[in-house]
Design a protein around this ligand. Structure first.
Ligand SMILES: Cc1ncc(C[n+]2csc(CCOP(=O)(O)OP(=O)(O)O)c2C)c(N)n1
Ligand SMILES: [Mg+2]
Length: 593
């Protein structure tokens, strides 16, 4: 830039340059917990308050989960801003979620004054070290003149290739110094398209297959991309599974939807997936959940895999594909849709078989207790708007909606694939901020609710009205389940004492409901919706019904039989100290929920 042009630019303090950099990137919302480390940025955001809505949160983990939900829903980096030291530590869980979910996110952290670096001054942390394994890239801006450049690069990194989180630390004095610089917005970049022979080769392989299985996953799918891949999958009448917590990617009511290949997947689907003769991994990493703890397929490639992914580094990681296609997923979907489908595919019966297994799995079995969650949720599903957004926490309760409900086209389902408890409530608020007119439902257990449930205050403060459904079984149920399998009857560290959840939200001025019978859920939900307020529905479930397949008594019985079997056959029968303890079951799939 010439001196004359630079002279025409106004000098701006770093705090304003930072806020303007966000505007230049098209940021519409930022989620924060304030700190004295970034007063100048807050002031820059005050100037830009008509362009960027600053959402004030109650806990940094909540702020980052909200920003992450924004990233999932818009495909654009969500922005969270937190203070140094303690603020950054609280925020770390959200960075991990964004990393494992491949969600574009920019976390800005106020940093200590640069001149005090390495004295372990008040709240000093080296963010490059702290976030090294959690973020795609970590930088620190110490020079006001580098703000536009480094902020632009942060956004580029967050949304490029495999999307993910970027952490930008901003030192204190740099925010105060002034510079005359132009803003830098996003570059116009055309996405990578599949190589010319990619789709024809895939179609040739498909033409030879008898039992193909498509698995949709990953992030970076646009609405048009989802429609294009749906058309391709339907035109070829393929059975379609989704990977862990990616139910948004395919219509769960479609006759081609065969279930989710994630944690707690239906055993029949897993068995069928092992049988398949072509595995189409479309956008998904071949990670632990989808590969059932790296047991699903032979790693050396006995079952041919076609893997389509935005980043070559993920192709062939753990599993050798027969064909890897590096491409933007939406560009791939367009190319796949344009390919002539396989005529008279021999897998029509196979697709029907897999779908029948999914339908059988979704039939509500008899459950214990006055609340039959499967039936209650299926009744609720019929009443929901076609553009409902679901968010889910981690916990055993989450297997009920996953197994018994269907996410239709036009609906969204946001869940943390890293199993982070405390995600659903803030994610529901983030989703409601992005789409204030849509029905947003957050599913959470009594454990997860008291991790970040206080974020509901943010919903009131910013006038959005998600509906939080708390499944109260008075315990950290998932861990109790593992406990009962491994140490039957020895309950340790998993029982909980809870507040009156309905009164909790009423104390903010919200709408509270308590559901204790199956038929009460739908009317309670309708009252909650009609209230127009943030709402909480506590569903009290029978603790004995520990999973959607077994009771505690059944788990103990299984453990007892396994222990007896082990004692009867093994040469090294349990030592007296271990009597009654079932051996650790052989690990065949991921454990976390
Ligand atoms: C942040 C975090 N802490 C701990 C865990 C381990 N964990 C996984 S599920 C679970 C229990 C969840 O309890 P709750 O929310 O009540 O759901 P439930 O399993 O009872 O349905 C725990 C403690 C986790 N996944 N995330
Ligand atoms: Mg619980």
């Amino acid at each position: 830039m010439t001196e004359a042009k630079r002279g025409a630019l106004q000098r701006r303090p770093g705090g304003k340059l930072l806020a303007d950099a966000l505007v230049a990137q098209g940021v519409t919302h930022a989620f924060c917990v304030p700190g004295e480390s970034y007063l100048d940025l807050l002031d820059g955001l005050y100037v830009q308050r008509n362009r960027i809505q600053l959402v004030t949160c109650r806990f940094e983990a909540g702020a980052v989960h909200m920003a992450e939900a924004y990233g999932k829903l818009t495909g654009r980096p969500g922005v969270a801003i937190v203070t140094r030291g303690p603020g950054a530590c609280h925020a770390a869980i959200g960075v991990h979620v964004a990393f494992q979910d491949s969600t574009p996110l920019v976390l800005i952290v106020g940093q200590i004054p640069f001149e005090e670096t390495d004295r372990e001054s008040f709240q000093e942390v080296d963010y490059r070290k702290m976030f090294a394994p959690l973020a795609k890239w970590v930088t620190q801006i110490d020079d006001v003149a580098r703000i536009p450049e480094l902020m632009a690069h942060a956004f580029d990194v967050a949304r490029s290739g495999r999307p993910g989180p970027v952490v930008v630390a901003i030192s204190e004095e740099m925010q105060r110094e002034e510079a005359a610089l132009p803003d830098i917005g996003p570059a116009r970049v055309l996405p990578p398209h599949p190589a010319p022979e990619a789709v024809p080769t895939m179609m040739e392989m498909l033409g030879r297959a008898k039992k193909p299985l498509a698995v949709l996953g990953g992030s970076g799918w646009s609405a048009a991309g989802r429609a294009a891949i749906r058309d391709f999958l339907l035109a070829n009448n393929l059975p379609v599974a989704v990977s862990f917590r990616r139910q948004s990617l395919f219509d769960g009511t479609s006759p081609n939807y065969v279930g989710d290949l994630g944690v707690g997947a239906d055993a029949t689907l897993v068995a069928k997936a092992r049988e398949c003769d072509l595995f189409l991994a479309l956008g998904t990493r071949m990670g632990e959940p989808v590969s059932q703890g790296y047991t699903l397929l032979d790693m050396a490639g006995a079952t041919p895999i076609v893997q389509v992914y935005q980043d070559q580094a993920e192709i062939g990681r753990v599993y050798r594909p027969a064909l890897g296609i590096v491409s933007d997923l939406n560009a791939f979907a367009d190319a796949a849709r344009a390919a002539p489908p396989v005529g008279n595919p021999p897998w029509t019966g196979w697709t029907r078989e897999l779908r029948a297994a999914r339908e059988a799995q979704a039939v509500a079995p008899e459950m214990r207790g006055p609340v039959d969650l499967a039936r209650a949720l299926q009744a609720l599903e019929k009443t929901l708007p076609p553009d409902t957004i679901f968010t889910t926490d981690a916990g055993n309760f989450a297997t009920w909606p996953t197994r018994f409900m269907h996410v239709g086209e036009g609906q969204e389902f946001l869940g943390p694939t890293n199993g982070a408890m405390g995600y659903a409530v803030p994610a529901a608020i983030g989703a409601a901020v992005v789409h204030p007119d849509r029905c947003v439902i957050g599913f959470v257990g009594d454990g997860g609710m008291l991790m970040t449930g206080q974020e509901i205050a943010t919903a009131f403060h910013h006038s959005v009205a998600p509906i939080i459904m708390v499944f109260n079984n008075q315990m950290y149920g998932t861990i109790r389940m593992h406990q009962e399998k491994t140490f039957p009857g020895r309950v340790s560290g998993t029982a909980l004492t809870n507040p009156d959840f309905a009164r909790f939200i009423e104390s903010f001025g919200g709408h509270g409901e308590l559901v204790e019978r199956t038929d009460d859920l739908v009317p309670a939900f309708e009252r909650a919706r009609a209230s127009g307020k943030p709402a909480l529905i506590e569903v009290r479930t029978d603790p004995e019904q520990i999973t959607n397949r077994s009771t505690i008594t059944q788990l103990r019985e299984q453990a007892r039989r396994a222990a007896e079997g082990a004692a009867g056959t093994a040469s090294d029968a349990p030592q007296p100290a271990q009597a009654g303890r079932a051996p650790e079951p052989r690990r065949t799939g991921p454990r976390l929920r």
